[in-house]
Design a protein around this ligand. Structure first.
Ligand SMILES: NC(=O)C1=CN([C@@H]2O[C@H](COP(=O)(O)OP(=O)(O)OC[C@H]3O[C@@H](n4cnc5c(N)ncnc54)[C@H](OP(=O)(O)O)[C@@H]3O)[C@@H](O)[C@H]2O)[C@@H](O)CC1
Ligand SMILES: Nc1ncnc2c1ncn2[C@@H]1O[C@H](COP(=O)(O)OP(=O)(O)O)[C@@H](O)[C@H]1O
Length: 289
């Protein structure tokens, strides 16, 4: 039955009330090491946008594995990022070993062999990792779902499809408006599912809860906006008490920052949104808003 379940709202008051403050004696190791994987020769911008947003949302350390041709661009825009050319990676498991959160997909392309190699390397480490799949990684996931059932054992598992990616994921079997069935899907896979849209909905499969975002605007309808969300979510995971609170807060932060820009600008440029994050986050911290 459609529309049977009631969604909770992700509001400014709730997000602000739970926004973490940084203790005086913290260091980068307290805020997570993120590994971002994506950006083939044609779509280096996607992983660059994700890396930019990840760093600007406060991840302790960020490493990017991408096509070698993207290295100079990423270095010049975000010198804070560590970058590895994926052609040179001999041992993916070694690269993953000291990372807390893996975000895979922006600009990855549809080539299955490298995705499968990444997934095989991940399998023995799965229980200690938070894994986010976005964009092309979701399309590849839908092709190898049975082999990838182990992902449900991850410390946290997050999918961030837009409606087109959602249709591929569920093989057109579940309408995005059928909240009950979408929640079932998320529960079966132990998944935190961010169904992007206007507004976005978050299905917390491990808790059986649905949240609806209260922010966002038409200025966000521009390529790279979802890649930026992926960077924000990956960047926040290491800064919040729980994966689900990081994801709810990150979905809100993304659209809230966009709304602030949309008050003055006709279109919200993703890299501009990312640049505003440190200040917007400071204002979300406790009583500043
Ligand atoms: N600078 C860069 O490098 C950039 C690189 N990017 C990278 O491009 C890769 C491909 O990602 P993608 O999203 O562009 O294409 P794809 O996965 O084929 O989905 C499109 C299909 O879904 C459908 N659709 C239905 N509803 C929809 C909705 N609400 N939002 C969106 N689509 C919706 C849509 O329907 P249609 O519009 O045809 O009616 C169409 O059939 C990915 O790796 C990404 O990271 C981009 O991020 C841009 C910046
Ligand atoms: N009209 C809108 N209202 C609210 N949010 C929107 C609107 N259009 C786009 N968005 C948001 O922008 C993002 C677009 O993501 P996505 O389609 O994956 O972009 P890309 O793949 O180009 O990076 C999502 O978070 C979506 O919720």
């Amino acid at each position: 039955m459609e529309g049977h379940l009631v969604s909770r709202k992700i509001t400014l008051q709730e997000v602000q009330a739970h926004w973490p403050s940084r203790e005086k004696d913290v260091y980068k190791g307290n805020f997570g090491h993120v590994l971002l994987i994506g950006g083939n020769e044609r779509m280096g911008g996607a992983i660059q946008l994700a890396a930019n947003a990840c760093i600007l949302s406060g991840a302790g350390l960020t490493t990017v594995a991408t096509a070698g041709s993207n290295l100079p661009a990423i270095h010049s825009v975000r010198p804070e990022a560590m970058v590895v050319a994926w052609e040179a990676i001999e041992d993916w498991r070694e690269l993953m070993a000291n990372k807390d959160t893996l975000a895979i997909g922006p600009g990855l392309g549809g080539e299955p062999s490298s995705f499968i190699a990444i997934m095989k390397a991940l399998q023995p480490l799965i229980q200690e990792k938070v894994v986010l799949l976005d964009a092309d990684a979701l399309t590849l996931y839908s092709q190898f779902e049975d082999e990838l059932a182990f992902l449900s054992e991850a410390k946290g598992l997050i999918f961030t499809p837009h409606v087109g990616e959602w249709r591929r994921l569920c093989q057109e079997k579940i309408a995005p408006t059928d909240k009950e069935k979408v929640l079932d899907y998320a529960q079966n896979k132990h998944l935190t599912l961010v169904l992007k849209g206007a507004p976005s909905q978050v299905f917390l499969g491990r808790q059986g809860l649905i949240y609806e975002n209260t922010r966002g605007n038409p200025g966000m309808a521009i390529g790279g906006m979802g890649d930026t969300l992926t960077g924000i979510l990956a960047g926040l995971v290491g800064q919040f008490q729980s994966v689900d609170s990081a994801i709810l807060s990150g979905v809100f932060l993304h659209s809230y920052a966009a709304d602030l820009i949309y008050q003055k600008d006709y279109v919200v440029i993703p890299s501009r949104l990312a640049a505003s994050l440190p200040e917007v986050m400071k204002n979300l911290e406790g009583k500043n808003v």
